[in-house]
Design a protein around this ligand. Structure first.
Ligand SMILES: [Zn+2]
Length: 311
C-alpha cells in the first residue's frame, strides 16, 4: 500500500504538515517527531502536533539530516515544546557552526515561501535559526520510549555525511528520509548520493537488512507491506541506472559536468510534474551527484591501473 495523504497511517503514527514537506509523529508514552520540515510550515506543524497530543509535548525530535527541508522548523518547534530533545548525529551540530551552511539553509527555506498559502490561516512562524543537538546518536544507539517501544539509530551516510535513519523494531518501521531516494514505485526514484556513491549504496544495502513493514521516506509517500520492500529494491535499481546514465553522459560529453547537468535535468527535473524541490536546491544536488559519479569512475580506473601495474 502507498500512503498519499497526511493523517494516521499506522496505529498512533501520523504524517503531519504537507505531503510534500511532512513531519512524522509517533505517539505513545514519550511521543516522537521525525524531522522538522521547512520553516514556513512551522505553525502548521505545531498546530497539528497539538491537535494530536493535546497538552502533552513531544519528548524527542529525531532529525535525519541537516538539509533545509528536514530541519527548517527545529528552532520554532523547540520554542513551543521547550522540553523536547533534539536527537541526531553530532555532525549536524558541526554543520550548523558554519555560517555559509546556515546562510544556505535560510536561503533555501525562503525559496519555499509560496507554500505560505498552505498556512494562511496560521500565525506566521519564526524563520530558521541554528540549534543545538541535545542528544547525539551514532550507529546502533537505542532510545527506549517505553517498555514496548524503542528507536534504533542507523548511520546511513551518502546523501549527506550526517544522515541518520531510524528504525522502530516493535513496529518494523523505518524512517529513511532521502537515504532511499525520493520517487514513485514503477516510475522513477531519484538517487540522492550527494556525498559519495559507494557510501550511499552501502547505506541502502544496510537498511535493506532491517525487516521493514512501513517505510517513511522524506517526501510524498509512505510505503507499507510489500510496497515498502519493493520501494527499497527499486531504489537500489534506480540508483545503479542513474549511475550508468551519468557515466555514459560524462563519456559522451568528454567529462564536461555542465553539459551533463543540462542533459540530466531535462530527463529528471524538467519533465517532473509533481511538486518538486526548488530549482536552486536541485541544481546544487545534481552537480554533487554528477561529481560523485565522475570521482567514482576515476577512482575505479585508477584502482584498476594500480592493480595491473603490480602484475
Ligand atoms: Zn536531503
Amino acid at each position: 500500500m502507498v500512503v498519499r495523504e497526511t493523517g494516521e497511517f499506522a496505529e498512533d503514527v501520523y504524517m503531519l504538515g504537507s505531503l510534500f514537506m511532512p513531519i512524522y509523529l509517533v505517539d505513545g508514552e514519550n511521543p516522537v517527531i521525525f524531522d522538522a520540515g521547512i520553516d514556513i510550515l512551522g505553525s502548521l506543524y505545531v498546530s497539528e502536533i497539538k491537535k494530536k497530543l493535546g497538552n502533552r509535548h513531544p519528548a524527542y525530535c529525531m532529525l535525519t539530516h541537516s538539509h533545509f527541508d528536514h530541519c527548517g522548523s527545529v528552532s520554532y518547534l523547540k520554542k513551543h515544546f521547550p522540553s523536547m530533545k533534539i536527537v541526531s548525529s553530532d555532525k549536524i551540530g558541526r554543520v550548523l557552526q558554519q555560517p555559509r551552511a546556515v546562510d544556505l539553509i535560510k536561503q533555501l527555506n525562503r525559496v519555499m515561501d509560496p507554500m505560505m498559502l498552505v498556512t494562511k490561516d496560521y500565525p506566521v512562524p519564526d524563520r530558521f535559526e541554528p540549534f543545538e543537538i541535545d542528544l547525539p546518536v551514532k550507529e546502533g544507539d537505542t532510545i527506549n520510549l517505553s517498555s514496548d517501544l524503542s528507536v534504533i539509530a542507523i548511520e546511513t551516510p551518502g546523501h549527506t555525511r550526517d544522515c541518520i535513519s531510524y528504525y522502530i523494531p516493535e513496529k518494523k518501521m523505518l524512517f529513511s528520509s532521502e537515504a532511499f531516494g525520493i520517487g514513485e514505485l514503477d516510475f522513477y526514484i531519484q538517487a540522492e548520493f550527494l556525498v559519495d556513491y559507494d557510501m550511499y549504496y552501502n547505506s541502502m544495502k544496510k537498511m535493506s537488512r532491517f525487516e521493514t513493514e512501513v517505510l517513511c521516506i522524506g517526501h510524498h509517500n509512505v510505503f507499507i507491506g510489500d510496497d515498502a520492500v519493493r520501494y527499497m529494491n527499486e531504489s537500489i535499481y534506480h540508483c545503479e541506472k542513474f549511475y550508468e546514465l551519468v557515466k555514459k553522459c560524462l563519456e559522451e560529453e568528454n567529462g564536461d559536468i555542465e553539459e551533463v547537468k543540462i542533459r540530466i535535468k531535462a530527463i529528471e527535473y524538467d519533465n517532473n510534474e509533481k511538486p518538486k524541490q526548488p530549482e536552486l536546491a536541485y541544481m546544487l544536488n545534481l552537480e554533487a551527484r554528477v561529481k560523485a559519479v565522475k570521482r567514482h569512475v576515476k577512482e575505479n580506473i585508477d584502482g584498476r591501473d594500480r592493480c595491473s601495474s603490480k602484475i
